[in-house]
Design a binder for this molecule. Structure first.
Ligand SMILES: [Zn+2]
Length: 421
């Protein structure tokens, strides 16, 4: 059993750093009270009370971790009807499935070994491993597990913890690799998760995680990726420090484009393993960006405030002269952007989403903007659309133009601008 600190957070307001437990936290941004971003509302819920929670970004001067200071119950965030599916974002699926071919060879994983994906969603990652001849198993708490199962990816519907790990080992044996893409920053009982991974892995097995990357968040002003599901905003330095306090060595890390800029970190069970050259280089890049100092956070704050003001005044101007502005794309992050920028339904009457989205017919929390099938865009040709999936801007714009959209396209971040196309 590991002697590492628990890293299991209580619910509600946090008074201490999530990694090092320092009580001295510096406030960077206060977004006020916000509803959980994926708690989209059904029409019948619009007149009910809506739960909101404080949303603030802080940094810890002692260990450098950027974090929020309020934990919403995971059952409330990742409820059974959770509407997010990774499988509908084409570029994301390609990137996720490339993990398999690259890492089976790179890490010399034994063919036929077991790969377990945590927060496996619709099984996109595991499909890649399955095609490469690995045994696969997903662990996913929401009903999206059923979609994975229907697509032939065996999936346990549960929140992962050491008990689930022991059950898996008993039924399937140990895993040569555990993956956790875009969920490692979401977990409140993180100590339990890491100890579970330790139990699940073979003695020198690998743990691969992908998280939204702090350097990208700051450089490209992705304040909209700050919401309650994201408890931590990792740098390589902070994630290494965290995993290093358990029985793991972080051996490799790279920047990847997923979600507007993520970091893929490979840790190996056991201590003292050799590390890659690019891991060392990335640590140096973080030092050069002074990520362990307040300066880049203060610059970020200034840029957020400017982007918010510019977006508000542009939308007001357009609407005042009789033009329409509607939203395009409804990723989780659009909730932070729309609510923080105070875009009411009278300014932005709907958000258009692709026809395969589970969000159609629902309403954005807070502002209650309806989410509708994107077909309406091509019929109505509004004068302006606001690109809410701006972190995947280019392929989406190309696709919309190909389908005949003539509207001007507003890109809200890092600086507000009209797309040139
Ligand atoms: Zn800390």
């Amino acid at each position: 059993m590991s002697t590492a600190p628990s890293h299991d957070l209580p619910l509600g307001h946090l008074t201490h750093c999530q990694i090092c437990a320092s009580a001295n936290l510096e406030m960077i941004m206060d977004f006020g009270h916000q509803a959980p971003c994926d708690s989209l509302l059904k029409p019948g819920q619009l007149l009910e009370m809506e739960k909101t929670y404080p949303l603030r970004l802080l940094r810890c001067p002692a260990c450098g971790l950027a974090q929020i200071d309020h934990v919403v119950a995971p059952e409330e965030l990742f409820y059974p009807d959770y509407p997010y599916r990774s499988g509908i974002t084409e570029t994301l699926v390609k990137n996720l499935q490339a993990i398999a071919s690259r890492h089976i060879a790179g890490l010399k994983l034994p063919r036929g070994g077991l790969v377990v994906d945590l927060g496996s969603n619709d099984g996109s990652i595991l499909q890649g491993f399955q095609r490469e001849g690995m045994k696969v198993l997903g662990v996913e708490p929401t009903n999206i597990a059923q979609i994975a199962i229907a697509h032939g990816i065996p999936t346990v519907q549960a929140f992962f913890d050491p008990q689930v790990a022991r059950d898996i080992v008993q039924q399937h044996g140990r895993a040569v690799m555990v993956t956790a893409a875009n969920m490692f920053a979401h977990v409140a009982k993180l100590g339990q998760l890491i100890r579970g991974v330790e139990e699940l892995l073979t003695d020198d097995g690998y743990f691969l995680s992908e998280s939204h990357y702090l350097l990208d968040l700051l450089e490209t002003v992705q304040y909209d990726s700050i919401y309650h599901e994201h408890l931590k905003y990792y740098s390589l330095q902070t994630v290494s420090r965290l995993l290093g306090s358990y029985n793991f060595t972080v051996v490799d890390a790279e920047r990847i484009p997923n979600y507007g800029g993520s970091i893929r970190v490979v840790a190996r069970k056991g201590r003292g393993h050799a590390v890659s050259e690019r891991l060392t280089q990335l640590l140096q890049a973080e030092q050069a960006a002074r990520l362990d100092t307040p300066a880049p956070f203060h610059t970020f704050r200034e840029r957020v405030l400017r982007a918010k003001r510019d977006l508000q005044s542009l939308v007001l101007q357009l609407v005042s002269r009789g033009e329409r502005v509607v939203g395009v794309g409804c990723p989780g992050r659009s909730s932070t952007l729309v609510n923080y920028s105070n875009l009411d339904p009278d300014l932005m009457p709907y958000i258009a989403e692709q026809s395969t989205s589970l969000k159609l017919g629902l309403f954005l929390p807070g502002k209650h903007i309806p989410i509708v099938d994107e077909k309406i865009l091509f019929e109505q040709q509004p004068e302006n659309v606001l690109m809410l999936s701006w972190h995947y801007c280019e392929p989406i714009v190309r696709n919309l133009r190909k389908q005949g959209l003539r509207s001007k396209i507003i890109v809200p971040l890092p600086e507000v601008r009209f797309h040139e196309s």
